[in-house]
Each structure stands twice: as C-alpha cells, then as structure tokens.
Design a binder for this molecule. Structure first.
Ligand SMILES: Nc1ncnc2c1ncn2[C@@H]1O[C@H](COP(=O)(O)OP(=O)(O)OP(=O)(O)O)[C@@H](O)[C@H]1O
Length: 615
C-alpha cells in the first residue's frame, strides 16, 4: 500500500512496484495520482532542504510534466476501454454498398455517394482502416522450407524497410572464420529501433544473395543498391550484448574529427565534436569506441567517438609529435611604445574611476598583463594546462541549478587584453552595486595615504602573500614593479558570503584554478567583433598601458586582440560556458546581465564532482 501520510516514510521499492502493477489494472489510481503522492513525500525533504531534492521537486511540479502525465492517464483509460473496430472488413462492406447502390434508382445523393465510395482516397482510407483493425503490420515472410536438416543452425529472417536514413549498423569480417558479422548497432538507428539485429549476429544472406566469401565492402554495396524492404538471413548471436552502462553526460575537453582519424572503424558513423560540446554517451560496451550524441542533437542517431582511454592515447601521441612550444603566447607582453614610462604616475595608482572600486586598479590590471603568472603557477602546481588537457579528454558533467538559498556562482570574465572585460564588468556592477561586486585584490606594496585597507587592496606582507599562493588560496597572482598582486579565494568568498554575485576577470590560465566545487564558476568569454566593426566601435576607446597616457587603439592592437581571442578559444574554449561578442557595448552589457542571471537561476552543465561532493 502507498503511504500518503506526510509523516510517513518514503515509499519502499516494493510499494512502488505494487503501485506500478496496480496502475496497469486500476485506471482509478493513475500515474498522476502517484506523482501527487511522490510530491507529498518530497515536500518533507524539500522543507528539510535535502540536497538535490528541490531539483526533483521542481521537475515533478513542472506544468509540462503534469500535462504529459494527464495525457498518459487518458491514453491508459482509453486502452482499458478496449474499443473494438465495428468491423475489420470496411472495404468489403463498401463494395457491398456500391453493389446495392447500382441496383437502386439513381438520385443526385446516390450519385454523390457512389463517387465518394469509388474515389481512390476513400478506398485507401478503408484499406488503412482494415489493416489497422486486423493489426496486420508484420511483413510477409517467405514460407519456411519443409526439409530443414537437424544440423542446420537456427536462423532468423529479418526484414527491414529502408527509408532515407542509413540502417545504423556496421559489419566486419571475422578474422578466423571469414564470416560477416554485425560489428555494432548504432543507437537510435533503424536496426536498433527494430530490435531484430544484434552485434555478433552472423549474416548469411542479404536479399536472397549469399554473403559467404564476400568482402564487407561487397556486402555494403548490395545494401546500398537495395531499395525498400531488405531481407537478412542471420545466425543469431548466442548472447546478445546488453548495454549495462548508465547514460552519462560529458564535456569534450578536446576536439575530434572522424575524417582525420584513419583508425575509426567506420568514418561515416563517426561523431565530430568540438571543445566544450556536451555529449550524451549512450554505449560504452566497446573499450575503444563509444557511441554518443550531442545534446544539441538528441533526436538523431548516435555516432562513434573514441573512448576516454583511446582518446587519451591519441592525445599523448599527438602531444609527443608536436615540436616544443613554450606556452607563453597568451596575453603577450605590452608592445614597445616610443614613450617613456612615468614611474611616479603609475605607482601613484590613479584609480580607474572616481569612486573607489575593487579589482579595477590600474596596477593590478597591468600586473596581470605583465605577470610572471605562468612561471609562478608552474612552480606551485607543477602541471601545465596542456598536460591537464591530455589527462582528461572528457569531463563528466551533470545539470546543476543553484538553490536560491545557496551562495551565488562566481562569474568569471575572460578575454584578450583591451576587448572590454573591465568595461563590461564595471557597467554590470554600476547597474546594481547591491547585487554585483568585484573581489578586493591583495598586494604586497605599501598603502597610499588616500587608500583604505580592504577597499582598494588588502595590504599584506610578502610572507602572507606567498603563504596564500602556496596553499592554493590565490586564484591568480603576479608581480609588477617588484610587488605581488593577486586575488584570493577568500576575497571572492567574502563577496559571496554577503549574498552578492562576485564578478571577476581572470587570465584563461587561471580558470582551472577557479573551477572548484566551492566557487562553481560560470565562465563567460568576451570576444572581439570583426576587425572592421572594431575599427569603427573602438575609434575613441583607449587601451590601458603602464605609461602616463592611455593609448588609442592602433590597428596592430586590434589585430593582436583578434589573434589572442582565437588562441584563447582554441586552447581554453572547453571551459567557456558562454560567449559574448563585444561589438556594441550596450548590447554586450545586456547580454552579460542576462547570462549572469541564467547562470544563477537556470540549470547549467557543471562537472559532476561539484555536485557529488555536495552530497
Ligand atoms: N564595445 C565597445 N565599444 C567601444 N569601446 C569599447 C567597447 N568595449 C570596450 N571599449 C573600450 O575599450 C577600452 C578597453 O576596454 P577595457 O579596459 O575594458 O579592456 P580590458 O578587456 O579590460 O583589457 P585590459 O584589462 O587590458 O584593459 C576602454 O576604453 C573601453 O571603454
């Protein structure tokens, strides 16, 4: 029996099973009734704020699910009524009526009725009615021969109606016996949907042609030439493979092009993907080749992708085949200008705005650009990003929606120098300073008379700074004019603890450091628009330099920005949750606001470890 009492224990598995059985037999206790009871149970957990329950609760509450279940119940009711067609012989009845009509005196009505009954459309309708009423859906199979020898292997005859789609299976020749076998059945394809052929089945005939001694290519040719119904004679595999793996979702951390992979068993069945694509893995039975779909294309049949193990191997081989390149090409050093550095002015750290705002300080930004960041980080973590990418070709992901009572997700803006990351961040914070805020950076330089500790910077000793660095509490850090600058995890947490949304900009190398369950960052890549658009929009814009005067953008700056953006995308694109092209500043700011809201309020794909460690 089902407990509907609020205080009762959740339904046991047995109760749920009993309920399922009773649904089929008792239309009164429909599935929407069960859903109501489940919701009552969940309500308990919901009020206790048990992790993940709110997601399930909201899902079960969705109007579309409720509507779908109502449709299901109605169909179930309808099935119970077992409506029987008046007669399965409508065509014969129609002929009888026609005969009678021929014998009756003619009137315009009789004339019209005869015309209707004789029209091809009406005849086709009656024929369809009779087929459905007699449940006559099976294809006609040739009769079995009478004299089948005892020793004959059990054969199965399978008829498939080929339409525009491929059949969705691959074949291979058995190395020892030379038999042609079904190598794999592609999920969502015609063969899989028919449920009649399995990987391991031995093909004996195709459309009456024996495949004995043929090459797989010749069999494919026969299939390609066939139209309409294709008949396979097969010796079924003894143990059809069962896909026991649960469906998993992964983020592709690298790209894959089947056309460029000579090792793929069937190029046409390959699924190309790019960095950052979310893939639904539907079959991991083969240790080397998995089957997957892109979540943007779930309706299509699956494609082959290299397994985690195989892709790792390919990446390693590729990595070793590349000439050595030091990875310092992002955010290149500032170009040599003809002007002299005005040390005094830069060190005075003229704020970028009239109101003191954390994280926008000139020295901090210049430090980020010139930083010895990569060298320092390499010393601390000992692993470069490229190695990281080699280590993890796929990252398991899950849908995550922040509970309104939880802290906000960190918003990370990434982009090539000068693209407008800081401008956009500033505008967003200006829109609602009570909601959005930057983290206050740390520095080892001494405080100026007009500054306040914790407002412009946290002023700390070199030892304190280094201890934060070495204990991995710095999201990024660098050196500028002999002083260390950086943003700590704690500074970000301080903003989040206030219930605000922390918006920070990061060098792309820093994304992996920020990608923790603690901060759950949502990464937005700010991308430059085309050169011609930028020449127009950045006419009066100025790029920040460590010189006295900020410089107007030169054509080389714009070109460099575009090149860097491309490099960032190709090297770090897998980490970008959203991309905004900063052409028109107002539009870009509106897009940023909307993306930030979605990140906090709508479900997003995040690494599975962020959520499982919550539990
Ligand atoms: N869409 C835009 N149209 C016109 N000007 C823009 C646009 N976006 C940014 N700018 C201007 O471009 C200049 C550089 O922008 P910003 O300082 O935000 O760059 P950044 O990405 O933060 O790089 P850096 O940190 O190296 O300065 C600023 O003067 C800014 O006002």
């Amino acid at each position: 029996m089902i407990q509907s009492d609020k205080g009762a224990d959740p339904l046991s598995k047995k109760d749920q099973k009993d309920k399922k059985l009773s649904t089929a037999t008792n239309p009164e206790s429909g599935i929407s009734q069960i859903l109501r009871l489940v919701l009552q149970e969940l309500n308990l957990f919901y009020s206790r704020d048990v992790n993940g329950v709110c997601l399930l609760y909201d899902l079960l509450h969705c109007p579309w699910l409720q509507a779908l279940l109502k449709v299901y119940d109605s169909l179930q009711d309808f099935k119970e009524k077992q409506l029987i067609p008046a007669t399965p012989h409508a065509q014969a009845l129609s002929n009888e009526v026609l005969k009678i009509l021929c014998e009756t005196p003619k009137s315009p009505e009789i004339q019209e009725l005869r015309q209707i009954l004789q029209s091809p459309h009406f005849k086709a309708l009656l024929s369809a009615h009779d087929t459905v009423a007699q449940k006559d859906f099976e294809p006609l199979l040739p009769p079995l021969p009478d004299n089948i020898p005892e020793s004959e292997e059990a054969m199965r005859i399978v008829c498939l109606v080929k339409n525009q789609q491929p059949l969705g299976a691959t074949i291979k020749r058995h190395e020892m016996t030379g038999d042609i076998l079904v190598a794999r059945v592609i999920h969502g394809g015609l063969v899989e949907r028919s449920g009649l052929l399995y990987a391991g089945d031995k093909l004996v005939e195709v459309n009456g042609i024996s495949v004995e001694g043929l090459d797989p290519e010749q069999v494919i040719h026969i299939l390609a030439m066939s139209r309409g119904t294709i008949m396979f004679k097969v010796v079924p595999v003894l143990d059809p493979p069962v896909n026991s793996h649960k469906m998993v979702y992964v983020r592709a951390m690298t790209e894959y092009w089947p056309q460029e992979d000579p090792a793929i068993p069937c190029m046409d069945a390959g699924l190309p993907f790019q960095k950052g694509d979310i893939l639904q893995i539907v079959d991991q039975n083969d240790a080397l080749w998995w089957q997957a779909r892109k979540i943007s294309d779930l309706g299509t049949c699956a494609g082959l992708i290299p397994s985690n193990h195989l892709l790792k191997r390919k990446q390693r081989e590729f990595w070793w085949s590349q000439p050595y390149q030091p990875h310092n090409h992002l955010k290149s050093a500032i170009c040599e200008y003809d002007m002299k550095i005005d040390e005094k002015c830069v060190e005075a750290g003229i704020p970028c705005f009239s109101t003191p705002a954390a994280g926008f300080r000139r020295s901090m930004r210049l430090c980020r650009r010139k930083s010895h960041l990569s060298q320092l980080r390499a010393k601390v973590s000992g692993a470069s990003n490229c190695y990281g990418a080699v280590g993890a070709p796929y990252e398991e992901v899950v849908r995550y929606q922040r509970h309104p009572a939880n802290k906000h997700r960190l918003i990370v803006l990434v982009g090539p120098s000068g693209v407008g990351v800081n401008e956009l961040r500033r505008q967003l914070i200006e829109l609602n300073p009570n909601r959005f805020q930057s983290a206050v950076p740390h520095t080892t330089r001494s405080k100026k008379s007009y500054e306040m500790d914790g407002r412009e910077y946290h002023y700390v000793s070199k030892e304190t700074f280094e201890s934060l660095m070495y204990s991995h509490r710095m999201l990024e850090y660098g050196e500028y004019k002999g002083h260390l600058y950086g943003t700590s995890v704690d500074a970000v947490q301080a903003v989040l603890d206030e219930g605000k949304i922390c918006v920070m900009d990061l060098e792309p190398q820093g994304i992996q450091v920020a990608r923790t369950q603690e901060l759950k960052p949502y990464v937005i890549f700010i991308k430059p628009s085309s050169m011609s658009c930028m020449k127009r929009s950045r006419k009066n814009a100025k790029i920040i330099t460590d010189y006295f005067v900020d410089m107007k953008f030169k054509e080389e700056d714009l070109q460099e920005m575009e090149d860097l953006a491309q490099k960032m995308e190709s090297q770090f694109g897998q980490f970008f949750d959203h991309v905004i092209v900063n052409d028109n500043l107002q539009d870009a700011c509106a897009q940023l606001l909307s993306a930030v809201q979605k990140a906090q309020e709508e479900p997003q794909w995040v690494p599975a470890t962020w959520v499982s460690s919550d539990n």
